[in-house]
Design a protein around this ligand. Structure first.
Ligand code: NAP
Length: 489
């Protein structure tokens, strides 16, 4: 067997469409690789337009009955699914770690994190209240109700193979939508296992479907959904470039869109900050998942008077990080997802060094496997460097020096992106000023760990729109309907 699991049945390699596990109509398959070794794990279905259309037909048919189920029934399904996910934590973590590369401890954390959204939306399903509006005349009643938007396509990236898809499927099912999931090429196995558990939990035929495809086929597969007016919503997490493409190409059928896109998060350390807490916060925010996280700090600004002390403390911590395969007990940073990712990191570091950066830690590939890069700190970063403008998506911290608050605020906001920002300060007036002026959907104040199922996750500007998690997350999958009854007096 390609991967050893307690429940081998969780290793699925087929699409799940209309309650049946099946191959592509073309019988095509593509290989999924272990990023730690470059070895093939297994082949999965390489779908085409016909498979995408078959999934749409099933999801559309199933919507008619699923939307009429009482919210309590939908909640019960989610609760059973949640329990099964937790029960299979170890196997799911093995799948995540093998196909994505992250250390097992982080993979277990991702299972708990992803499952928390399923639990949360099981509870939210039964709280999708409407409103009664006071009418201006006695002869009328005016009501607002919420209805599911319809068939939802959920497209997700590879960096959190379980959490990203769970936090889309759960609110969609809770709202009464049916779903077609399309995981990333690199990490379909965790998503397939998650769907196998949903089947075990009793998801009705056609309510949840999954279609896998290679990067070569993705435009054809997603293209079939974009054109199809039966698909009423696309929920997407991934790059801003693909998000813009989806926004353009869904215009003809005016689909609802939720876009969780790229970031370029600033992390600001003021001279009045607790420096040790700021280092710890940065370590947590930056090195989770080897820096391959959309809310990962990409630009670290440190006030000149504390710059050297902060750089010393940080470099010591970063140099001590242990890099290795996800299944090695002491690994803290796994391999990057693929060769393209390492090439980009290397390009950013080389570009910074030629433009005056000082290497304080790391700065090279590690040759234990094809996709490792050493955790790196670069001093004296400036805005001429590529890494100031583009997500590096790897374990690289560039340190920028600044003198005053207005200068750093202008620099922090000088980006088309607006997902997350962080700052450390003990000045309470500054805390409120900055919180209001930072142009991001999420702000970490003296805190590096932000995500929670009870909080709204999402960006502004070119980081997208829509929110995942919290009470706001369900609304993204519901349409507001106004009912006006007359002739009552
Ligand atoms: P990506 O290339 O945009 O891929 C994301 C998903 O879109 C994958 O399933 C991918 O399929 C699919 N896709 C690629 N090209 C497509 C096309 N032409 N039409 C339709 N779908 C297409 O992004 P990524 O590199 O995997 O992920 C990293 C990005 O995601 C970063 O920018 C990161 O910041 C962002 N991200 C954002 C959040 C957030 O919540 N805001 C969370 C995590 C990640 P294939 O895998 O087959 O290419």
């Amino acid at each position: 067997m390609a991967i050893s699991l307690d429940y081998p049945d969780l290793l699925r390699v087929d699409n799940f469409i209309g309650g049946e596990w099946q191959g592509s109509v073309t019988a095509a398959r593509y290989a999924v690789y272990d990023p730690a070794t470059g070895n093939k794990i297994v082949d999965v279905v390489d779908s085409g337009a016909a498979d995408a259309q078959a999934a749409t037909a099933e999801a559309h048919r199933a919507f008619e009955s699923w939307r009429l189920q009482p919210a309590a029934v939908r909640a019960q399904l989610l609760k059973r699914w949640h329990a099964l996910i937790l029960q299979h934590t170890e196997d799911l973590a093995r799948l995540i770690s093998r196909e994505q590369g992250k250390p097992m401890a982080e993979a277990r954390g991702e299972v708990a994190y992803g499952a928390s959204y399923v639990d949360w939306f099981a509870s939210e399903a039964v709280r999708s209240y409407g409103d009664i509006i006071p009418a201006a005349v006695r002869s009328k009643k005016m009501l607002v109700t919420k209805e599911p938007v319809g068939v939802v396509v959920a497209i997700t990236p590879w960096n959190f193979p379980l959490a990203m898809i769970a936090r889309k499927i759960a609110p969609a099912l809770a709202a009464g939508c049916t779903v077609i999931a399309k995981p990333a090429e690199d990490t379909p196995l965790t998503a397939l296992a998650l769907v196998a558990l949903a089947e075990q939990a009793g998801v009705p035929r056609g309510v949840l479907n999954i279609v896998t495809s290679s990067r070569e086929q993705v435009a054809e597969v997603v293209g079939a959904w974009l054109k199809d007016s039966r698909v009423r919503k696309i929920t997407f997490t991934g790059s801003t470039a693909v998000g813009k493409l989806l926004a353009r190409d869904s215009a003809d059928t005016l689909k609802r869109l939720s876009l969780e896109l790229g970031g370029n998060a600033p992390f600001i350390v003021f001279e009045d900050a607790d420096l040790d807490a700021a280092v710890e916060g940065l370590m947590a925010a930056k090195f989770r998942n080897g820096g391959q996280t959309c809310v990962s700090p990409n630009r670290v600004y440190v006030q000149a008077s504390v710059y050297d002390a902060f750089a010393d403390k940080l470099s010591t911590r970063v140099s001590a990080l242990r890099v290795g395969p996800g299944d090695r007990k002491d690994s803290q940073i796994g391999p990057m997802i693929n060769a393209r990712a390492v090439d980009k990191i290397e390009r950013h570091v080389q570009d910074a060094l030629t433009k005056g950066a000082r290497l304080l830690a790391g700065g090279q590939r590690i040759t234990d496997g094809p996709n490792y890069y050493a955790p790196t700190v670069l001093g004296d970063a400036n805005h001429e460097m590529e890494l100031a403008h583009e997500e590096t998506f790897g374990p690289v911290v560039p340190l920028f020096r600044f003198n005053d608050e207005s200068e750093v605020l202008a620099a922090a906001n000088d980006t088309p992106f607006g997902l997350a920002s962080y700052f450390y300060s003990r000045d309470v007036t500054r805390v409120w000023r900055l919180s209001e002026q930072l142009q991001t959907g999420i702000v970490g104040i003296n805190e590096g760990a932000l995500a929670a199922e009870s909080a709204p996750f999402g960006g502004i500007k070119e980081s997208g729109y829509g929110r995942e998690g919290s009470r706001y997350g369900l609304d993204d999958y519901m349409a507001t309907k106004y009912l006006c009854q007359g002739g009552l007096a």
